[in-house]
Ligand binder design. Structure first.
Ligand code: CA
Length: 224
């Protein structure tokens, strides 16, 4: 089931959209201001974010800019009001995928959502194979020899990041800032522990890794 986050301060709008999306088969989560939205995006994995622009605490523009800077690629559709500066929404400056101007019909919104999701699915590689592990980043599932393998959302994130940089060195600092953002309590030791757990799920022999290898003094490299 596709997971959508609705960041919108207007309660009737938020709940109305939520009900309709649930009815359409989406799993829906909510945030009523920019700060909560940002935290939810950092802690969860969504397939799509509907992001209002005028929000308490942190504006939708800022939220979108921030998550893009942190490497979040989840598609974003901005909910704009007439007269808002929409020209820069889709550009590099903000990094949204589309926008829709209020008031809009539900049909119009669902069409935009489908279009954006289709576009994203077509140009990103979401089903991959590492060793014997088959990973589906759309549904957040993994299997090995036909059996389900359970991965935490952070493990998925790390794997996804390494996959996008496959066959290149990735430093611990890079992983820290891209996966954990500004969480000051995470150390490189945390990353090493996650890598150990991932190796147990991926490698034939976790003590002699052939897929996620250690680059001494730097970090890791995913070999394909
Ligand atoms: Ca608003």
């Amino acid at each position: 089931m596709k997971k959508v986050l609705i960041v919108e301060d207007e309660e009737s709008m938020r709940l109305g959209l939520g009900d309709n999306l649930k009815f359409d088969g989406y799993n829906v989560d909510f945030a009523e201001d920019g700060e909560k939205g940002l935290n939810k995006i950092r802690e969860n994995k969504y397939n799509l974010i509907l992001l209002d622009i005028m929000l308490p605490k942190i504006s939708g523009f800022e939220v979108c800019k921030t998550i893009r800077k942190e490497g979040v690629k989840t598609p974003v559709i901005m909910l704009t009001a007439k007269g808002e500066e929409i020209d820069k929404v889709l550009g590099l400056e903000i990094g949204a995928d589309d926008y829709i101007t209020k008031p809009f019909s539900l049909r119009e919104l669902l069409a935009r959502i489908n279009a954006v999701l289709r576009r994203v699915e077509n140009d990103s590689e979401e089903q991959i194979k590492i060793g014997k592990l088959e990973v589906d980043f759309n549904s957040y599932t993994a299997t090995k020899n036909g059996n389900n393998v359970s991965l935490s959302s952070k493990e998925f994130d790390i794997l996804h990041y390494l996959w996008n940089k496959k066959n290149k060195n990735v430093s611990r600092d890079e992983l820290l800032s891209n996966i954990w953002g500004n969480d000051v309590y995470t150390t490189s030791r945390t990353i090493d522990n996650f890598i150990l757990k991932l190796r147990q799920k991926i490698e034939d022999n976790p003590n002699d890794p052939k897929k996620i290898i250690t680059i001494h003094g730097i970090g890791y490299k995913l070999l394909t």
